[in-house]
Design a binder for this molecule. Structure first.
Ligand SMILES: O=C(O)CNC(=O)[C@H](CS)NC(=O)CCC(=O)C(=O)O
Length: 277
C-alpha cells in the first residue's frame, strides 16, 4: 500500500486550506497513493480564540470535512484528516481537536478526539494552553481497514507511550500521529519519540506535520517544526518531509509489522507488577 503524507503550512483561513489539500490529494492520488494523510488542525492554525470562534464550525457544518470527504470519494482513496478544530456539542464551550478516518466511499469510518492537551511552557516566551481552547477526548480508537488496523493519535499524544501500547494491544499495525509540533521541542524530541513508539509496538508510524511560518491574520505568529515522518516497525525513518510544504510517499508493508513483532515480541512480554510503593 502506498501512503502519502501531505505536509502543509495551514493558514487561519479554512477555505484556503481546503483548496490546498484538495490540490495535493489529486497529485498524491495521481502518483498512486491509496492512503492520504493530513496534519493536525488542517482546517485552521491560529493563535486567536476569537478568530477560531468566528471560523470554526460544528462537525455537521464543517466545510473542510464535507469537502475532503467528497474529494476522498472522487479519488477513491482512504483519507486520514489529521485533525480539524470543530465546535463541540453544548454545553461544552471549547472546541474538539478531532481526527477523522474517511473511507474511499467518503464515509466517516472513525473519529478520535485528542486525549492529551499541550499545556506547556516550552520556553520563557513560548507557552501553549491547549486545554483552554480544546476539550480533551477520553476514548482511544483503533479501526480495522483493508489497509491494516489504524490506531489514531494526535501530536502531543506521542509523548504518552501507554496510549500507543494500548492501541497496539487492540490490534493497531499503523499508528497515525498527525502534528503541529512546536519549533522549541521539535529538533530534540519529534523524531526520537516517533521512533520509540514504532520500536516499542512494532508498528508503522505515519506522522504528517504542519510546517513553517503560518500565515495568520490575528494573534501571535506561529511556526511549526515540519518533518513529516514515516517510521518502519523496526524504527527506521523511511521518509522525512523536511521543512517545506510537500508530499511524502512511502510503501507500507504490513509483513514488516509481523516480522518486527516476531523478532522482538515485547507485546507478549508485558508483566503485571506491584508498586512502586
Ligand atoms: O492549537 C492548535 O492550533 C492545535 N493544536 C496544537 O497545535 C497542539 C496544541 S498547542 N500542539 C501540540 O500538541 C504540539 C506538541 C508539541 O510540540 C510537543 O509535544 O512538544
Amino acid at each position: 500500500m502506498k501512503a502519502a503524507l501531505l505536509q502543509i503550512s495551514s493558514s487561519d483561513d479554512p477555505a484556503e486550506n481546503l483548496e490546498t489539500v484538495r490540490v495535493m490529494m489529486r497529485e498524491a492520488a495521481g502518483q498512486g497513493a491509496e492512503f492520504i494523510l493530513t496534519p493536525e488542525v488542517t482546517n485552521c492554525v491560529s493563535s486567536s480564540r476569537s478568530h477560531q470562534k468566528a471560523v470554526l464550525q460544528p462537525e455537521s457544518e464543517d466545510q473542510t470535512l464535507a469537502g475532503l470527504r467528497a474529494e476522498a470519494k472522487g479519488l477513491g482513496v482512504w483519507l486520514l484528516i489529521g485533525s480539524l478544530g470543530v465546535k463541540s456539542a453544548p454545553p461544552e464551550t471549547r472546541f474538539a481537536n478531532r481526527s477523522f478516518l474517511i473511507t474511499p466511499q467518503g464515509e466517516i469510518a472513525a473519529r478520535y478526539d485528542k486525549i492529551h492537551m499541550f499545556d506547556v511552557q516550552v520556553t520563557e516566551t513560548e507557552t501553549y494552553r491547549e486545554s483552554e481552547g480544546f476539550a480533551p477526548g477520553d476514548r482511544a480508537v483503533a479501526v480495522e481497514t483493508p489497509l491494516g488496523t489504524v490506531g489514531m493519535t494526535i501530536c502531543y499524544d506521542v509523548r504518552f507511550a501507554y496510549l500507543h501500547r494500548a492501541l497496539a494491544h487492540a490490534g493497531a499495525q499503523i499508528l497515525t500521529v498527525p502534528a503541529a509540533f512546536s519549533p522549541a521541542t521539535g529538533p530534540a524530541h519529534w523524531e526520537p519519540l516517533l521512533r520509540a513508539r514504532a520500536i516499542e509496538t512494532g508498528s508503522w508510524v505515519l506522522a504528517p506535520a504542519q510546517c513553517g511560518a503560518h500565515k495568520i491574520s490575528e494573534g501571535k505568529p506561529r511556526r511549526t517544526h515540519g518533518h513529516s515522518l514515516v517510521v518502519s516497525p523496526w524504527g527506521e525513518v523511511v521518509a522525512d518531509g523536511g521543512t517545506e510544504p510537500g508530499i511524502v510517499y512511502a510503501e507500507i508493508d504490513l509483513a514488516q509489522v509481523a516480522r518486527a513483532r516476531a523478532q522482538i515480541p515485547v507485546l507478549t512480554h508485558d508483566r503485571q507488577f506491584e508498586g512502586p510503593a
